[in-house]
Write a protein that binds this ligand. Structure first.
Ligand SMILES: NC(=O)c1ccc[n+]([C@@H]2O[C@H](COP(=O)([O-])OP(=O)(O)OC[C@H]3O[C@@H](n4cnc5c(N)ncnc54)[C@H](O)[C@@H]3O)[C@@H](O)[C@H]2O)c1
Length: 251
């Protein structure tokens, strides 16, 4: 039997990419969508989870951080796994996700591409070797419709670097004015927005007279949709808990 998927954010750009891939998937199918602004996309689309008629196994969420609890509560009540691919979650949202993970299998990542997950390991290793001798700055670039900044992926990469420093680095957003000399305990994160850029991330290690840059560029949103479907198949029938890309890659 195919894994039955509810697609939250079904009418958005990522929703469209997931739907078109699922059309030819032999192991998974989209049974319905949820979207604040429904339109005709070939499956039933509801504005509220409470109205859903179809039986399902997993939710894939590519919507926004808004109304997070509604989708978590539905997953809990119906015993569904959930892939949280939306970004822009607040500290309170993250605490709520941790709370629900006691009863729901939750897969969460700000970036579903294999490349960025390899990049996380690379930047952590570089930070461990280079230590405080190199300043770390992150630049991310996205299309002009992206709502949150900096990107969830930039924060994820900053966290990977920061693991090498036991979490001691502070994150500093776009500098402006007389900000003084750069301190050793900061990671600068800068967001560029324009055109149709799918997603570019650069982690820069700047030392005395030499610079190392680790970069990743996504050429299309399809790469994230592929990752989301893979994650949905992975989370189906898993025990309650928090899961991420490294769990999927390990399996
Ligand atoms: N994790 C990843 O790898 C990854 C990759 C790409 C995008 N994203 C994230 O996925 C999200 C969607 O991206 P997109 O480019 O498709 O955006 P989009 O604006 O094109 O689509 C979002 C859709 O979700 C709907 N929506 C918004 N809030 C909702 C809510 N509370 N309930 C139901 N529907 C809601 C909107 O009406 C819209 O149709 C963003 O948060 C983005 O950052 C994550």
């Amino acid at each position: 039997m195919k894994t039955r998927i509810i697609l939250c954010g079904a009418c958005g750009k990522m929703g469209g990419n997931v739907l078109s891939l699922l059309a030819s998937d032999e192991q998974a199918v989209a049974v319905c969508g949820v979207d604040l602004y429904p339109r005709e996309i070939g499956i039933p689309v509801y504005t509220r989870f409470a109205d859903i008629q179809e039986e399902a196994d997993v939710i894939i969420d590519f919507s926004s951080a808004e109304n997070l609890q509604e989708r978590l509560e539905y997953a809990k009540q119906k015993r569904l796994g959930i892939v949280l691919a939306s970004t822009g979650f607040s500290k309170e949202d993250l605490a709520l996700i941790d709370e629900y993970a006691k009863e729901v299998a939750i897969f969460k990542t700000a970036n579903l591409s294999l490349g960025v997950n390899v990049m996380q390991a690379l930047v952590k290793a570089a930070a461990q070797i280079l230590g405080d001798a190199f300043d770390v700055e992150i630049i991310e670039k996205h299309h002009n419709l992206k709502k949150d900044a900096p990107s969830g992926t930039a924060l994820m990469l900053a966290d990977s670097v920061n693991e090498a420093f036991d979490g001691k680095k502070n994150y500093v957003g776009g500098r402006e004015g007389i900000v003084g000399a750069r301190t050793k305990n900061e990671i600068g994160i800068h967001a560029v927005r324009g055109g149709t850029i799918v997603g570019e991330h650069e982690v820069i290690f700047a030392g005395e007279d030499e610079v190392i840059t680790v970069s990743h560029s996504a050429a299309s949103k399809r790469v994230f949709a592929v990752g989301a479907i893979r994650a949905a198949k992975f989370i189906f029938q898993k025990q309650a808990g928090s899961y991420e890309m490294k769990d999927l890659l390990a399996e």
